[in-house]
Design a protein around this ligand. Structure first.
Ligand code: ADP
Ligand code: MG
Length: 271
């Protein structure tokens, strides 16, 4: 089993405040892992730290197909094969999607013919043909933006795909569409880390593993049944089983200022 993404003992802080508190995670090629957790648990921070966004004090290690990531710039990590699908994809008016993705593919060393073929195939597969001549994400619906992220991944062929809340803000039909696109991405050449707050997308994408992040730590990992437990009982059920109290160090309560209500009512399933 070759590891696409390996994270060991990763901590990350901003301005002295620790957000990630010792993350270990192995994502093999060919697998889709779901990373779930309440709002504010550190999921996006993990993505940003892996992608190379500045401003974090990072300790620990992360490697992509065996190559260390930390110390490399964002573009160097991308060249190695790391790609992040954003929670909020930005609109880039005036830059056509087709040209944008072709340029990125050329930067990645693909020849013209291959680029043309891959863009056409992926556009067909993800129903993006009519968007190729339009500005990147310009006036696209939420679901179309997320599909566009996956389309770009299909052209560029990352080794590791980080999908940050690929399902957030979408209606149920769009969630199903995006989920199908994630299933299409599944291949022995890529490891997919699908970050989600809600378990509803996991009705359509069956992950190989589910990891639960609470307060900057992975408190539980398991098979798809873990997502079912979350859908049925929320993060509260997982906390109760693990004996965690929300809000504090190692899940231990900190004090009266801790916002308990937010975490207790934070059900991962949205009707
Ligand atoms: P999630 O994606 O799980 O909702 P985030 O990774 O966005 O969580 O945030 C985790 C915690 O870290 C939150 O409490 C957030 O306010 C804090 N945080 C994230 N980025 C910064 C930053 N740049 N500066 C200060 N605090 C931050
Ligand atoms: Mg987030």
């Amino acid at each position: 089993m070759t590891i696409a993404l390996s994270i060991a003992n990763l901590t990350a802080a901003v301005g002295g405040r620790e957000i990630l508190k010792g993350i270990h995670l192995d994502l093999p090629f060919g697998e889709v892992h779901a990373l779930m957790g309440p709002n504010g648990s550190g999921k996006s921070t993990l993505c940003h730290v892996l992608s190379g966004r500045h401003g974090y004090e990072v300790v620990g290690s992360a490697s992509l197909a065996g190559a260390p990531l930390f110390g490399l710039d964002v573009d160097e990590r991308a060249r190695l094969g790391l790609m992040q699908g954003f929670q909020y994809p930005v609109e880039i008016p005036g830059v056509k999607l087709g040209e944008f993705v072709a340029e990125a593919a050329a930067e990645a060393g693909m020849g013209e013919d291959e680029i043309e073929r891959r863009v056409a195939e992926a556009a067909e597969k993800f129903d993006m043909t009519r968007f190729l001549e339009r500005g990147v994400n310009e006036d696209l619906s939420g679901g179309e933006k997320k599909r566009s992220e996956i389309f770009q991944m299909a052209v560029l062929g990352p080794k590791v795909a980080l999908l940050d809340e690929i399902d957030s803000g979408l209606d149920i039909d769009a969630v199903r569409e995006v989920a199908e696109a994630v299933e299409v991405m599944r291949s022995p050449e890529v490891g997919v880390l699908m970050i989600t707050h809600y378990s509803r997308i996991l009705r359509y994408v069956i992950p190989d593993r589910v990891h639960v992040m609470v307060d900057g730590r992975l408190v539980d990992s398991g098979g798809p049944e873990l997502a079912e437990e979350l859908e049925a009982g929320g993060y509260e059920a997982v906390r109760a089983r693990l004996g965690l109290v929300p809000g504090g160090e190692n899940g231990q309560a900190k004090g009266p200022e801790t916002k308990m209500t937010d975490l207790f009512t934070d059900l991962p399933f949205e009707t």
